[in-house]
Design a protein around this ligand. Structure first.
Ligand code: NDP
Ligand code: MG
Length: 384
């Protein structure tokens, strides 16, 4: 029987690669629903190709146009559209591949409706990891990681009780060998030229500051229920070892392969099975040559420490970190602030922040909104 899937964020980097995986595994998957933001040309093409029953887009106007063009499907819009798709009784699995905070509510909705979630959107766990994992447990559903490092750990962690350390690798991003001043004065095109991965703009900027790695530490803390003191970050520029687990007896089990997001995406979609699929080339150890490992440079990449510290402080500190960082990244992408100010602004917002302890989802959403407004006002003042 085909697995029935819904993909939110189908027009993005992860979403399009997920559809490429299903193209190869046509007999395994049926696309029930797709959701996108504003790329109407691509979602139209996807509707024609995959014939989903439901589609959602960000804006009402676009939804009206699509509904006229495709009268046989249900076209929804906005946050409500994402939530409706997340709750569809027809689906077996929801792939959450939207960017930023848009992933949180649909993930919670899917979990409450007892659907397994393939989760690419790390912001969901950064904002509300404790609540989401608790809900998943209560509803007996699985959160299957798509992020390559977390997919690697998911594959290596077969005995949680005997595992000692999670070892998360980082490529080091585009500025691995740059000086501090080169990094501080980097322009947009340098920041967006990631050496290993072709991703959406927000995560690409986070990969240049190493904020992404900090967010991933928080993500791993929640997904695998590991204390921060037992999560290590290691720079591995070749990106062949995607992460590892060290066990009590000293054994380390690592996941290695070509650096392609198709592999973790496919594993999340086919889990618990493994099948032949989109990547057919074997990893060539001989051609790969040297695999190098370094300690991260927290001086050059202070965002990494800032994120881990926010995670360790708990409460709604990670909500604040995530919101302030995302607003600062958007401002950088809009040419409103310099690259170095992403860290400066995020830190200054965190320094003044009064958290909410034991937050509910509503508290989290409220804090997220508050922090975004504050961050935007700081950005406005900086621009003057
Ligand atoms: P992209 O920016 O490439 O894609 C984002 C997707 O979300 C697009 O389909 C976009 O639609 C959609 N979207 C944005 N806003 C809305 C909205 N308001 N309503 C509905 N859809 C919306 O991002 P990535 O694919 O790179 O990343 C997605 C998530 O996966 C992120 O959380 C990221 O951290 C995570 N991730 C990504 C990796 C990667 O390799 N790319 C690796 C690991 C994790 P549209 O384009 O139509 O506007
Ligand atoms: Mg990753």
């Amino acid at each position: 029987m085909k697995k029935k899937i819904a993909i939110i964020g189908s027009t993005g980097s992860i979403g399009t690669q997920a559809l490429e995986v299903t193209d190869v595994l046509k007999d395994s998957f049926e696309i029930i629903a797709l959701a996108a933001g504003e790329n109407i040309e691509l979602i139209s093409y996807q509707i024609e190709k995959y014939k989903p029953l439901y589609v959602s887009v960000k804006n009402e106007k676009d939804a009206e146009i699509l509904q006229k063009k495709f009268p046989n499907i249900s076209v929804l819009c906005g946050e409500e559209g994402l939530i409706t798709i997340a709750a569809l009784k027809e689906t077996d699995l929801l792939l959450v591949a939207v960017s930023g905070k848009n992933g949180l509510k649909p993930t919670i909705t899917a979990v409450k409706n007892k659907k397994n979630v393939a989760l690419a959107n790390k912001e969901t766990l950064v904002m509300a990891g404790e609540l989401v994992m608790k809900l998943a447990k209560e509803n007996n559903v699985n959160i299957i990681p798509v992020d390559s490092e977390h997919s690697a750990i998911f594959q290596c962690l077969n005995n949680r009780n005997n595992a000692k350390y999670l070892i998360i690798t980082s490529s080091g991003g585009p500025f691995l060998n740059a000086s501090k001043s080169e990094i501080e004065n980097a322009n947009l095109s340098k920041v967006l030229s990631h050496p290993r991965w072709n991703m959406g703009k927000k995560i690409t900027v986070d990969s240049a500051t190493l904020m992404n790695k900090g967010l991933e530490v928080i993500e791993a803390h929640h997904l695998f229920n590991f204390p921060y003191s037992n999560i290590k970050v290691v720079v591995h520029p070749q990106s062949y070892m995607h992460s590892a687990v060290e066990y009590k007896d000293g054994s380390i089990i690592a996941q290695i392969g070509i650096p392609s997001m198709h592999i973790p995406i496919q594993y999340a979609l086919t889990w618990p099975e493994r099948t032949e699929g989109i990547e057919t080339n074997s990893f060539d150890f001989i051609k790969a040559g040297k695999l190098e490992f370094y300690e991260p440079d927290y001086e050059k990449f202070p965002s990494l420490r800032l994120a881990i510290e926010a995670g360790m402080r708990g409460a709604t500190f990670p909500v604040c970190l995530n919101a302030a960082n995302e607003e600062a990244v958007l401002a950088f992408l809009d040419n409103k602030i310099k690259f170095k100010n992403i860290y400066g602004i995020t830190k200054s917002v965190l320094d003044e922040y009064q958290p909410v302890f034991n937050p509910t989802i509503d508290d989290i959403l409220e804090e997220d909104k508050k922090v975004r407004e504050l961050t935007k006002s700081i950005i406005k003042a900086e621009m003057k």
